[in-house]
Write a protein that binds this ligand. Structure first.
Ligand code: G3P
Ligand code: CA
Length: 290
């Protein structure tokens, strides 16, 4: 009896290892490799892991190897560029009221970590300068102009700041494969894309900054895009950033036929991620990069 015991244990270990190998093979087969050049955009930073649009979320995105951080810009009462998603401060801070009722100084004093863990409790609202200063040339930036109708002239202000940082970007060393040396996988040479739902705004940005790629954001109200609208958008926009629920093969093909990239937003689970890869999109915007 005692002699048979080790053999029995080894048999069990063998079976366990076999089961593990099969599981690994199954997982690999059901998760085909990420396509070459597939871009990961961290939505409002890695906002699934840290408070949105804060330094903690952007640093987490960088740590997780995201290609780009995505963030939203608006104007404060004193017409400074500030990084916040909603047009009020109610949801993300302990204060209330419209963003444009507060000066930049007042906004910068607001804690932006109210919904997150104690670790992130001291996160603050950031200025656009803060984010550019910390990340320009280090990780890609997808800058969303939030509401151009509410903030006339916001495009000029964004363009002015981007131009200032372009100098730094032009001095950044690239490795010839679209990557910033030693800094991961930024895929466009400037590492900046500017997006908006407002097509007048994307057009204006393109006119102001013809070398910076522009993305037209498409949500359900703009869907389906007519061929005419798609032709117009793709005449200057390098990216069409489409809400993932509405994307299908035909739309992806129509964008690729026009030699433009399609990025899907906002992907929050593996199932949607796999569907997007199968559709052949060029990247995804997600709260959970990495
Ligand atoms: O980048 C796409 C996504 O950010 C657009 O939606 O509302 O999160 O700014 P929203
Ligand atoms: Ca956004």
């Amino acid at each position: 009896m005692e002699r048979r015991k080790p053999a029995y244990i080894w048999r069990r270990i063998g079976l366990l290892l076999l089961a593990l190998c099969c599981a690994t093979l199954f997982v690999s087969a059901s998760n085909p490799n990420t396509p070459e050049g597939f871009l990961i955009f961290a939505h409002r930073g890695a906002s699934g892991y840290a408070p949105e649009n804060t330094m903690a979320a952007f640093e987490e995105a960088e740590k997780l190897g995201s290609d780009f951080i995505e963030f939203d810009v608006q104007l404060s009462k004193d017409e400074e560029l500030v990084v916040i998603h909603d047009d009020t401060v109610d949801r993300t801070t302990e204060h209330s009221g419209s963003v444009d009722e507060y000066t930049l100084n007042e906004l910068e004093g607001m804690k932006a970590g109210s919904e997150a863990s104690a670790d992130d409790a001291d996160e603050k609202i950031l200025s656009f300068h803060d984010v550019m200063d910390r990340f320009a040339g280090k990780i890609g930036m997808l800058i969303e102009i939030k509401d151009s109708k509410l903030f006339p002239g916001i495009e000029e202000k964004v363009a002015d700041v981007v131009r200032r940082y372009e100098l730094r970007l032009n001095h950044t060393e690239f490795d010839g494969k679209g990557r910033i040396k030693g800094m991961g996988k930024v895929k466009n040479s400037a590492g900046i894309i500017i997006q908006s739902y407002d097509f007048d705004s994307t057009r204006r940005i393109h006119d102001l900054l013809p070398d910076i790629p522009v993305a037209a954001l498409i949500h359900e109200d703009q869907h389906p895009l007519s061929n005419e609208t798609l032709d117009e958008l793709t005449s200057y926009a390098a990216y069409i950033n489409y809400t993932h629920e509405l994307l299908d093969e035909k739309i992806v093909q129509a964008i690729h036929d026009r030699n433009r990239k399609v990025i899907a937003w906002t992907i929050q689970n593996d199932g949607d991620m796999e569907r997007m890869k199968k559709l052949g999109v060029d990247g995804v915007i997600t709260d959970y990069p990495g």
